[in-house]
Write a protein that binds this ligand. Structure first.
Ligand code: MRU
Length: 323
């Protein structure tokens, strides 16, 4: 593995620039198979983003930048390509951030490579700062996948857990399965196994009972967009977890790079929440669970009000405010 900061890691970089194309892990195939896909066109990249082969806010930032880099080598209309990429997933601000950074750079390829390298360093700084809020032997609950796979490498919320494990804090993890598409069960569980961090999978609806039983010391989640007032858009189910954490007096932390803070969005009510196909709710892994023709609503993200957040962990430190 060549990416700086990931030497010796059992998990390869999620996305890499290969000189004239992109290589990424196809997360749809995990946990069964670790398959790398070579991407030579922006259309293919947009399809891979839409179908969640690559997902997670920081990974989408790198993907957006590399998409513009690829298009720049192919003499494409870059503003058209930028719009195509941004339209694939509207909630994660990092996607538009990565696209715009590459678009504004004199050399989009160099910028995309820089964004990817910075991502790992930024996440490791988040992990180092976040270790301060993880007590020894902490039982941590987390939601969705915020690990190496959601970034170029290391992870944000899961990166904090990984750093605290490496620092000898002996954390163990309650992994929310994260319906409907099971990023927790498929991806977070896989990553924690690769890293040798003790972890137990639970259905999302068990979080309250775990807290009531005194089995949770801390909740740490990621973010797709943090509004200027501190409201947090993240995977559907995060809001419920935050409400439960407040009721049970469990500290609730959000770990994210500063690139996820969107000062142009005043509050969570202004965030566009991606609506995905109801088929993701009706089916699991292609197997239909509900009766044929059943209507389903599938908001991919929710908004957690700032008042429920104990602290924000960024590469700059831990703070109870975003500004
Ligand atoms: O739909 P996804 O899998 O892209 O959603 C991902 C999340 O909600 C993550 O928590 C968020 O992007 C932060 S990843 C470090």
């Amino acid at each position: 593995m060549s990416s700086p900061g990931l030497e010796g890691s059992p998990i390869p970089p999620t996305i890499e620039w290969m000189g004239d194309h992109i290589r990424l892990i196809d997360q749809r195939r995990l946990p069964d198979e670790l398959v790398l896909v070579e991407v030579h066109s922006v259309e293919k990249l947009c399809d891979l983003i839409s179908t969640l082969a690559i997902r997670g806010a920081p990974a989408l930032g790198a993907a957006g930048a590399m998409g513009v880099a690829l298009a720049s080598l192919q003499a494409r209309d870059l503003s058209e390509v930028a719009s195509m990429l941004k339209a694939t997933r509207p909630t994660a601000v990092n996607l538009a951030w990565g696209v715009d950074r590459a678009l504004a750079a004199p050399d989009p390829v160099a910028e995309a490579v820089r964004i990817a390298a910075d991502d790992v360093a930024v996440n490791q700084a988040i992990g180092a700062h976040g270790t301060a809020v993880v007590p020894d032997d902490a039982r941590v609950i987390t939601h969705c996948n915020t690990g190496s796979l959601a970034c170029v490498g290391w992870g944000t919320a899961l990166g904090v857990i990984r750093s605290s494990h490496d620092a000898g804090r002996r954390p163990s993890v309650w992994v929310d399965e994260t319906r409907p598409v099971l990023q927790g069960a498929r991806l977070t569980a896989w990553e924690l196994q690769q890293l040798g961090i003790p972890a137990t999978l639970v259905v999302d609806s068990m979080a309250g009972s775990l807290m009531a039983a005194g089995e949770v010391d801390l909740a740490i989640v990621g973010a797709d967009r943090i509004a200027a007032n501190g409201d947090v858009a993240n995977k559907i189910g995060t809001y419920s977890l935050a409400v439960l954490a407040r009721y049970h007096e469990v500290p609730f932390y959000v770990a994210a790079p500063t690139s996820t803070i969107d000062l142009a969005t005043a509050s969570g009510s202004q965030v566009v929440v991606e609506e995905r196909s109801g088929s993701e709710v009706v089916e699991v892994g292609g197997v239909r669970l509900a009766p044929e023709g059943m209507a389903a609503q599938n908001w991919a993200f929710d908004i957690t009000p700032a008042e429920l957040v104990t602290g924000y962990i960024t590469e700059e430190g831990v703070s109870d405010r975003v500004l």
